[in-house]
Design a protein. Structure first.
Length: 46
């Protein structure tokens, strides 16, 4: 589930760069949150 959310956020982030349209800083904040969640998930596995 977390990987799906992270992948969707990365795709939206890339689309924002490709179309030169972003939702302000919101998509970047969501991307940072997704990366943090992935790191926490990787740490918990170990």
């Amino acid at each position: 589930m977390l990987w799906t959310v992270a992948i969707v956020l990365v795709v939206l982030w890339l689309l924002g760069f490709l179309t030169s349209y972003t939702f302000g800083g919101l998509i970047h904040i969501l991307l940072v949150l997704a990366v943090i969640v992935i790191v926490i998930n990787l740490i918990r596995r170990r």
